[in-house]
Design a protein around this ligand. Structure first.
Ligand code: 2HG
Ligand code: ZN
Length: 450
């Protein structure tokens, strides 16, 4: 950026909050290491008014901006790949009181998911969106990307929790609708529009979020299954019997081996199973017996149950450890996709074959939120820039009637394939909305839209 723009930015947020040089390297790279950018400056406003002032400066000067929260995204949507200014929202850490009557709270964009969860827990409530990056992922980032997570099955994703939003438009004007009225049918629903817009339409600065009661009992079970189709069948059967089912997570034996090995864990079972299903129930009446009876009615092999928090966490570690363990093998290609449930098992078989045929060095790992139809196809053994596998897997997904992104979003990683999931008319509407809200095209200009 020009020296006069930098001086203006420093005048708006204080020179201590405009970073450059070595300190920008971390924020310029994504968590996986696949997307490495560079930035002339990281700007860290401390209030919504400062966000507004920064954007007004950038808009007037035509300086492109990448908004960033905890930088835990997996599609290269939050890093400055084309030398953009990084607008870090982490200092917007204000967390309001929990309203017990409406069960809502207003959280600033920089509040981490774990802090929000702890805040709700103090009031006997919880925030329904949960994911492995909870310590670092922020409210703003999860709203901007419509993060899904492991409780989607019961509560939906981030969009379903949103009761209001505060955001700054490209030109620095603030849109604020944080009243949290449950019934409010007054035209376009801006929270829905901005949620999942990946920083391309406005910069989210705060969100009004719904909370849910924290049940008194939780039970987690890890089930050894004879294969993906069987695990899915078990999951469907449990869901039919157990309204308190919150999560149904799939992984395969190879993934478990890797996690156990790399993260130095104990094996869950003496025997190995081709597939594993991790399920969790939560209720005010102890669901353990009901879960046991429901499992009994299926063809599950081995069962490990956790009721105490530590034991439940240990079971979750096998699943949540996948991301970490995989990155230790090198930089993976991450293809987060949805399949119609009826196609999921066939797709799982086919995708492994396709990847193997594509390149003998490529290795395909499968895990995910199986009852959502959501598989995380991770491919290791290829260079980060080799897009053949992305093309092959995403095309296969489309052929099976699936979506090229289930929960991670499009970012830069998938924009070349957005046409597989969105029609030309839909893309025209996307572009029209983008032009209307960000006419100079300064907000995250290189993500989402091809
Ligand atoms: C998960 O479900 C996250 O653990 C990350 O969405 C998935 O690492 C991945 O590919
Ligand atoms: Zn996931």
């Amino acid at each position: 950026v020009e020296p006069d723009v930098r001086r203006e930015l420093e005048a708006r947020v204080g020179s201590a909050h405009v970073l450059h040089g070595d300190t920008t390297e971390g924020p310029a790279t994504d968590w996986t290491g696949r997307y490495r950018g560079r930035t002339p400056a990281i700007v860290r406003p401390g209030t919504v008014d400062e966000v507004a002032a920064v954007l007004a400066v950038c808009d007037a000067a035509g300086v492109p901006v990448v908004p960033q929260g905890g930088n835990t995204g997996l599609v290269g949507g939050g890093v400055p790949l084309a030398g953009e200014v990084v607008l870090s929202l982490r200092r917007l850490e204000r967390l309001g009181p929990v309203d017990q009557v409406t069960r809502q709270v207003t959280a600033g964009s920089g509040v981490t998911l774990s802090r929000l969860q702890a805040h709700a827990a103090e009031q006997g409530l919880r925030y329904a969106v949960d994911l492995a990056a909870r310590e670092t992922a922020t409210v703003g980032g999860t709203v901007a990307t419509n993060a899904g997570g492991s409780r989607f099955l019961r509560f939906g994703g981030t969009r379903e929790q949103l009761r209001g939003i505060e955001a700054v438009l490209a030109d620095g004007r603030v849109v604020r609708h944080l009243g949290g009225l449950e019934k409010d049918n007054t035209g376009y629903h801006l929270p829905s529009l901005l949620c999942g817009s990946e920083g391309t339409l406005a910069v989210v600065t705060a969100a009004r979020l719904a909370l849910v009661p924290e049940p008194t009992h939780h039970v987690t079970a890890l089930l050894g299954c004879p294969g993906v189709a069987a695990a899915l069948e078990v999951g469907v059967s449990l869901r039919e019997r157990l309204p308190e089912l919150e999560a149904a997570e799939l992984f395969l034996d190879e993934g478990l081996r890797l996690v156990v090995d790399r993260l130095a864990l104990d094996d869950p079972f003496p025997d190995r199973w081709p597939a594993y299903l991790l399920v969790e129930c939560a209720d005010d009446r102890d669901p353990t017996e009901r879960l046991a009876a429901a499992i009994e009615a299926t063809s599950v092999g081995d069962v490990a149950v956790g009721v105490a928090a530590g034991r439940r966490e240990a079971l979750w570690r096998y699943r949540e450890g996948h991301t970490e363990a995989m990155n230790l093998l090198g930089i993976p290609h991450k293809l987060d996709v949805t399949l119609p449930l009826g196609q999921l098992a066939a797709f799982a078989e086919e995708v492994v074959r396709r990847v193997r045929d594509l390149d003998a060095d490529a290795h395909c790992w499968l895990f995910g939120h199986v009852l959502d139809g959501n598989l995380h196809v991770n491919v290791t053994g290829l260079t980060p820039g080799d897009n053949r596998v992305d093309e092959a897997v995403l095309t296969l997904v489309a052929d099976h009637g699936g979506s090229i992104s289930a929960e991670h979003g499009i970012g830069t990683a998938k924009k070349a394939w957005l046409h597989l999931s969105r029609s030309p008319v839909e893309l025209d509407v996307f572009r029209a909305v983008k032009r209307a809200l960000d006419p100079r095209g300064i907000l995250n200009p290189n993500v989402l839209l091809p």
